[in-house]
Design a protein around this ligand. Structure first.
Ligand code: C5P
Length: 230
């Protein structure tokens, strides 16, 4: 195993879904497998970084040499991310964070009743973790890489997300393509990053997530070393 040196960059990665309780036995979540985030963590560790993986509930082993912090909810992931990010050189937000959570999770199991055919849940917005990391003040702000899962107009939506969330780089993928993205072992992506005079791009064709992870980490670490004063 590779032991990171004291001067190794600290990389913080969020991965997997979040789970938002509705009552003690039910929750809102999504189909994120965590594979892409775990592949990024394994790759960053293999490239010599010190890696902390903030993980939602997934069925994956912790990659070798990676420190893993388990969380369930978006609010827990937000707390962990904002605690770790100010000391990190690179932050990669790969988690599929639930946009909303129950306004008031029920203390006891919700019961169905014979006279009610509908049930209305009130949801409130979760914090945007990566946007809050990207908004950290200079000196505490890591290089920030986000993901965008889109089904149409990939480049336009990704550019918009890059600007709106204040990211340095975004990895956009088309989740409507069969056999790619969610739950699959393969992915294709468009990498967009900011330059002094606009933005630049790289098209990564369909390939195993492990291979794509290597490309993303290499890119991020290169841009990080170009932008940091050392
Ligand atoms: O807005 P959208 O969910 O499409 O943005 C995706 C990117 O933002 C991913 O990098 C994801 O990890 C991050 N995100 C976040 N916190 C949220 C929502 C998304 O960090 N509440």
């Amino acid at each position: 195993p590779i032991t990171p040196s004291a001067s190794a960059p600290h990389v913080v990665i969020t991965a997997g879904p979040t789970r938002e309780a509705l009552d003690p036995v039910r929750y809102l979540s999504n189909h994120s497998s965590g594979k892409m985030g775990y592949a990024l963590a394994a790759e960053a560790a293999a490239q010599g970084a010190r890696v902390t993986l903030i993980s939602g509930p997934v069925n994956l082993p912790t990659p070798q040499g990676v420190e893993r912090l388990n969380v369930e909810t978006a609010v827990q992931m937000h707390t962990a991310a904002l605690e770790l990010a100010p000391q990190a050189a690179l932050f990669i937000g790969c988690a599929a964070v639930a946009d909303y959570r129950a306004a008031n999770a029920a203390e006891h199991k919700l019961k169905k009743t014979d006279d009610q055919d509908t049930l209305t849940l009130t949801l409130v917005k979760n914090p945007d973790i990566i946007a809050d990391v990207a908004a950290l003040p200079d000196g505490q702000r890591p290089f920030v890489v986000g993901f965008a899962a889109e089904t149409q107009d990939i480049e336009r939506y990704a550019q918009d997300k890059l600007a709106r969330k204040g990211l340095d780089m975004i990895v956009a993928n088309d989740v409507s393509q069969q056999g790619l993205g969610f739950g699959s072992d393969d992915n294709a992506a468009l990498l967009l990053w900011r330059t002094s005079d606009g933005s630049d791009r790289l098209v990564a064709p369909p390939q195993p997530k492990t291979q794509l992870a290597a490309l993303i980490v290499r890119h991020a670490l290169t841009h990080l070393s170009l932008t940091s004063s050392g």
